[in-house]
Design a protein around this ligand. Structure first.
Ligand code: GCB
Ligand code: CA
Length: 896
C-alpha cells in the first residue's frame, strides 16, 4: 500500500513539470458501489454507504447476469463513490474528470453537488471540477468526493432502444483525472482534445495540413500565448515547426485555424504502409515562456474514393476492404475489459489479414482506433440507433449529440474514413398495421437521418457517411433512407436465417441495380458453437463446417465483384446477447473467434484467403477430442475428412509420422481422408516446395466398435436425433451423432428427428427456448420423436444407462428477437405427451409427463443400472401412452 502511494506521487510530480503540460492519470481503484433502483438521489445513497461494496473500474454490474441461467439482465441504476486526493497546489490549475464510458446515462456529483450529466454509453465526457473543490491551503493535499449515478435503464429517449447485444451498465471504461494550467487546449466541449487536423489535398507529391485549434482561457484576463506546432515524420524527424502568437479572450474557448506548409512527397498511410506522422501542439505563455499545454495527434497522408461501380480506391489504387465487425466484450469480463483485450483483438485482426474494421454498433475504447492507425486497418465507426426509434425531441437530441461527440473525439485518426449512424433502423418498425401512421414514422426516421447527415458533413467534409440496413431493399428505399448517406451498407444473411447462400449474388445485384450509391456489405455471417462439428453441414446447424462453406461462398463472390467496395464479417468474436436462444445460451456466436478469442476453423480459412505470406493450418484446433464409430467391424479405425487451410499449391499430411500423401489446395482448402486410430493421433501438415511451413495437431479419438462384444471403456455417448458431433469442453466429454441400429451392433429403432415448427426454420437444429438445467443445449435441442427402441447388442455384464430428455414443444416458445423473417408469432402446441420406458424387462420410467413433471425446455436425465445376461441384448423400449415418446441423448457405460 505504502509503496504504491510513493510511486503515484513520483509520477504525479514528474508528470506535470517535465513531460507534458497536461497531467492525466486514472482513478479507477476502490470505488464504493451500490446497485439498485431503490436509491433515488444522492443523499439517500450517502445514508446507505455502509452497504456499499468495493469495486474497481472498469466495472459492470451485469457480469452475474451473463453467467446465470435466468433470462434478462439488470437494467437500472448503480451508484459509485470515491474520495479523490490531489495536491493542494492544483488550486492554481484546472482539474477535470474524464470518463471514457459510462453506460448508459451518468450524473456526476462533486462534493454532493451535481456537476454534469451525460447521456450515451459509448462516448467520452469531461467534467470540470475545480469550482466544486474546497482547497485546504493549510495542508499539502486536498480531498474531494466524486459520486456517479450510472443508469442502464430502458429509456425511450436513450439510443440504442433494442439490439442484439447485452446493454451492460456501469462505469465500464477508465476514469481519469486531468490537470491543466488555466490556459489549455479545450478538452471540455465534447471531450475532444481541442486539435482537429485535416488534409484536404493529398497526392504522392504533396500533402496539405490544416489545423483547427480550440484553446480555453480559464483565467480572468486576456492571455497572450505562443502556439508552437511541430510535425514529425514516421521516423520521428522534425519536418516542420511553426510558431503562432495568439491572444486568448478570458472565460471562453478561442478557435484558431492554422495552415501548415504542405509536406512534400509524403510517406503515404495505407494498410500495407501505416506511416504515421505526428502533430504536436505546444502552448507557451508569451511573457514567461512557461509551457502551458501540449497535445499530440496522429497524422496520416492518404486519399480515398468510393465509386458505385468500381468500388474503393486508396491512394489511387483499387483496394478491396475486407475485415470484420467488432463488439467490445470478452468472456467472463463482459464489457469492462482492460486495454490489453482491445490491443490483442486488433493484432489478431491484422494477423488474419484484415484491412477493414466496422466498429459496430457504437464507438469503442480510444485504443482501438490508435491501434488501427498504427497497424493499418481502415475503419468505420457509428452511433447506436438500432432497430427502432422514438419520435421524441429528446431521442433525436441524444442521437445528434452522440454523433457529434463521436466525430470530435475521433477526428484525427487516419485509419478512420467513414462516419456511420443507424443500423437496420427499420428492422422492427412501429405502426405496420396503419399505413398512414407508418409513413409518418418512417418520415420521422428519414428527417432524423438527414439531420445527422447534415451535422456529420458540416463537422467533417473529408470523410464519407454511411447507413447500414438489413436486406429489405424495398423498405429502406421507400423510406428514402438510401438517398441520404454517401455509402449504403447492407447486412445480408442469406444462407443463415433463411434461404441458401447461393441466393447472395441475386440479392446483391438487385441492390446494386437499384441503388446508385457505393456499397459495403456491412454484415454477413454464420453461427458457430465451437463445440459442434458435422460431416453433413447445413444451414443454421452452428457447426464449424457449415460456416466454412458459407464464408467460402461469400468471400469468393465478394472477391470477384469490384463494385462491392468493402465487406465486414459479422462478427470478429462471439459476444453477449442476453436474449439469444442459439446453441450457446445468450451468446451470438457468429464470431470468427470465440468469446475467449480462440480461433474457430473459419478464422484459419480467412487467414489462408487473405494473408500474403505462406500459411498453413489444420482445421482441427477446436476438435481435439472426438468419438466416432470404426469403419469396419474389428478394424479399430475411424476415417474422417480433415481440412487443411493454406495459400500454398499443395500440402502433405502425416499421421503419427506416416505420410497420408500430397493433396492439391483448391480454393484455399486441401481435404484429406484421415484413418484415425483409437487414442492419440498426431497430425503434421507441411508444404512440399521446400519452404519450412508446418502445422501440428493432436487429436484424441474414442473409436467406437461396431460390435460391442468388447465394450469400450470410454462408454458410448450419443447425441440422439442429431447429425452433429458435440464436444462438452467443460468436462472433456465427446458425443457422437446418432445412428440407426444394425443387427449385431447398436443404434436407434424408429423415430424421426424433431423439426422446428416455424416456417423458416423447418430443420432439426436450434430451439425456440434455451434449455434449462444444462449448458449443453445442442444435445437437448435435438431429439428423436416417436422412437421405439434404443438397442445395444452387448455381451453379459452390468451396465449404466442415462437417458436424456427435454420437452421441446412447450407453450412459451419465443419469437426470436433477431429473427429477420418477419414471421408472425407462432403459437406452439400445448403438449400432451406421456410415455413409459423399460430397459429389458425392467420398467424404469412409468408414464413420464415431461411438461407436467419438469416443465418445458428443461434437461431431464434419468440414470439406471442393469445386469444383462449372456446372449441377451440391452434394449431400451419406449411405450407411447399419449402423444409420441421422445429421446434426446443416451449414455451407456459398462460397470462390471
Ligand atoms: C444484424 C444486426 C446485428 C446482429 C446480427 C445477427 O443484422 O445488425 O446486431 O447481431 O444481425 O447476428 O443477427
Ligand atoms: Ca439430441
Amino acid at each position: 500500500m505504502k509503496k504504491s502511494l510513493i510511486i503515484l506521487v513520483i509520477i504525479l510530480v514528474s508528470g506535470y513539470t517535465t513531460v507534458n503540460a497536461q497531467l492525466k492519470y486514472t482513478i479507477n481503484e476502490s470505488w464504493h458501489f451500490i446497485k439498485g433502483n431503490a436509491i433515488q438521489e444522492i443523499n439517500q445513497f450517502n445514508l446507505q454507504r455502509d452497504k456499499a461494496k468495493l469495486v474497481d473500474i472498469p466495472h459492470t454490474w451485469n457480469i452475474e447476469d451473463v453467467v446465470d441461467e435466468e433470462e434478462g439482465f439488470y437494467r437500472g441504476a448503480g451508484w459509485y463513490t470515491k474520495e479523490v486526493r490531489i495536491p493542494t497546489s492544483f488550486s492554481e490549475k484546472e482539474v477535470f474528470l474524464f470518463f471514457e464510458g459510462v453506460a448508459t446515462a451518468a450524473e456526476v456529483y462533486i462534493n454532493n453537488t451535481l456537476a454534469r450529466t451525460h447521456i450515451g454509453g459509448f462516448t467520452r465526457f469531461v467534467v470540470p471540477v475545480s469550482d466544486f473543490i474546497k482547497f485546504d491551503k493549510a495542508t499539502e493535499f486536498t480531498t474531494f468526493n466524486v459520486t456517479v449515478k450510472a443508469d442502464n435503464s430502458e429509456n425511450e429517449d436513450w439510443p440504442a432502444l433494442r439490439a442484439d447485444f447485452t446493454f451492460f451498465g456501469g462505469i465500464y471504461r477508465d476514469v481519469n483525472l486531468i490537470v491543466t494550467e488555466k490556459v489549455h487546449f479545450d478538452i471540455v466541449d465534447d471531450a475532444s482534445n481541442g486539435v482537429f487536423i485535416t488534409t484536404p489535398n493529398v497526392s504522392a507529391e504533396s500533402g496539405d495540413i490544416n489545423l483547427k485549434v480550440n484553446i480555453k482561457n480559464d483565467d480572468t484576463s486576456t492571455k497572450k500565448v505562443k502556439l508552437v506546432t511541430k510535425v514529425y515524420s514516421p521516423n520521428e524527424e522534425l519536418v516542420q515547426e511553426k510558431t503562432t502568437s495568439l491572444k486568448l479572450v478570458a472565460g471562453i474557448s478561442n478557435e484558431f485555424n492554422l495552415e501548415l506548409n504542405p509536406v512534400l512527397n509524403p510517406q503515404l498511410w495505407s494498410p500495407e504502409t501505416p506511416n504515421l506522422y505526428k502533430v504536436v501542439c505546444e502552448l507557451y505563455d508569451a511573457k514567461t515562456n512557461q509551457k502551458l499545454d501540449e497535445s499530440a495527434n496522429p497524422l496520416g497522408f492518404r486519399w480515398f474514393t468510393f465509386d458505385v461501380d468500381k468500388g474503393f480506391f486508396l491512394n489511387g489504387k483499387y483496394l478491396k476492404l475486407i475485415g470484420t465487425n467488432r463488439h467490445q466484450d470478452y468472456k467472463d469480463i463482459s464489457n469492462a475489459v482492460p486495454d490489453h483485450v482491445h490491443v490483442e483483438d486488433i493484432l489478431r485482426m491484422k494477423a488474419m489479414g484484415s484491412n477493414f474494421l466496422r466498429i459496430a454498433h457504437y464507438p469503442q475504447d480510444p485504443i482501438i482506433l490508435e491501434m488501427c492507425d498504427r497497424l493499418g486497418i481502415i475503419t468505420t465507426v457509428e452511433t447506436p440507433i438500432i432497430d427502432t426509434v422514438t419520435e421524441s425531441e429528446a431521442f433525436a437530441q441524444n442521437c445528434l449529440s452522440a454523433q457529434l461527440e463521436m466525430i470530435r473525439q475521433n477526428y484525427n485518426h487516419p485509419s478512420l474514413i467513414i462516419w456511420a449512424y443507424m443500423n437496420e433502423v427499420i428492422l422492427h418498425p412501429k405502426f405496420t398495421d396503419n399505413k398512414e401512421r407508418y409513413e409518418i414514422y418512417t418520415k420521422y426516421i428519414k428527417d432524423l437521418a438527414q439531420k445527422i447527415e447534415d451535422l456529420t458533413r458540416a463537422e467533417d467534409p473529408y470523410r464519407y457517411t454511411m447507413i447500414p440496413n438489413h436486406n429489405s431493399l424495398e423498405r429502406y428505399s421507400k423510406a428514402g433512407l438510401t438517398d441520404i448517406p454517401m455509402i449504403v451498407g447492407w447486412n445480408i444473411y442469406n444462407g443463415w436465417y433463411g434461404g441458401s447462400y447461393e441466393l447472395l449474388p441475386e440479392k446483391i445485384e438487385e441492390i446494386h441495380a437499384a441503388i446508385k450509391k457505393p456499397m459495403i456489405i456491412t454484415e454477413y455471417g454464420a453461427g458457430v458453437d465451437p463445440r459442434l462439428h458435422t460431416l453433413y453441414p447445413m444451414r443454421f446447424d452452428f457447426t464449424h463446417e457449415y460456416a466454412v462453406e458459407y464464408h467460402k461462398y461469400y468471400l469468393e463472390y465478394f472477391a470477384k465483384n469490384d463494385f462491392i467496395a468493402g465487406v465486414n464479417v459479422w462478427n470478429y468474436a462471439d459476444f453477449n446477447s442476453e436474449g439469444r436462444i442459439d446453441a450457446v445460451q445468450s451468446i451470438n456466436n457468429k464470431g470468427l473467434v470465440g468469446l475467449d478469442r480462440k480461433p474457430k476453423d473459419v478464422f484459419f480459412y480467412y487467414q489462408a484467403s487473405l494473408l500474403k505470406e505462406p500459411f498453413v493450418a489444420i482445421a482441427t484446433k477446436t476438435w481435439g477430442q472426438r468419438t466416432y464409430i470404426e469403419d469396419q467391424e474389428g478394424l479399430g479405425i475411424s476415417t474422417m475428412p480433415v481440412q487443411v487451410f493454406s495459400n500454398q499449391q499443395e500440402i502433405e499430411l502425416l499421421l503419427n509420422g506416416k505420410s497420408l500423401g500430397v493433396k492439391p489446395v483448391i480454393d484455399k482448402i486441401a481435404i484429406f481422408e484421415v484413418p484415425f486410430v483409437n487414442g492419440l493421433n498426431k497430425l503434421v501438415a507441411k508444404t512440399t516446395n521446400g519452404t519450412y511451413l508446418e502445422d501440428f495437431s493432436e487429436i484424441r479419438i474414442n473409436v467406437l466398435p461396431i460390435s460391442l462384444k468388447n465394450f469400450p471403456a470410454s462408454g458410448i455417448s450419443i447425441n440422439v436425433g442429431d447429425r452433429r458431433f458435440f464436444y462438452d469442453d467443460k468436462i472433456d466429454h465427446a458425443w457422437m451423432f446418432d445412428r440407426a441400429y444394425t443387427p449385431g451392433s447398436w443404434g436407434h429403432i424408429g423415430g424421426k428427428p424433431y423439426v422446428r415448427p416455424d416456417k423458416n426454420m423447418q430443420q432439426p437444429y436450434g430451439a425456440k427456448q434455451t434449455i434449462k438445467g444444462t449448458f449443453n443445449d445442442p444435445i437437448y435441442q435435438t431429439q428423436l420423436v416417436g422412437i421405439d427402441q434404443y438397442r445395444f447388442d452387448v455381451s453379459a455384464g452390468v451396465y449404466e444407462i442415462t437417458l436424456h430428455f427435454a420437452e421441446l414443444e412447450g407453450t412459451k416458445a419465443k419469437h426470436l428477437p433477431y429473427d429477420l423473417t418477419e414471421e408472425t408469432k407462432q403459437e406452439s402446441k400445448i403438449t400432451n405427451r406421456t410415455f413409459s420406458v423399460t430397459v429389458n424387462d425392467k420398467k424404469i420410467i412409468d408414464k413420464i409427463d415431461l411438461l407436467g413433471q419438469y416443465g418445458e425446455y428443461r434437461a431431464v436425465k434419468i440414470k439406471t443400472e442393469l445386469s444383462v445376461k449372456l446372449g441377451d441384448p440391452l434394449i431400451v423400449n419406449f411405450k407411447k401412452i399419449v402423444g409420441e415418446p421422445v429421446l434426446n441423448a443416451i449414455e451407456i457405460y459398462k460397470r462390471l
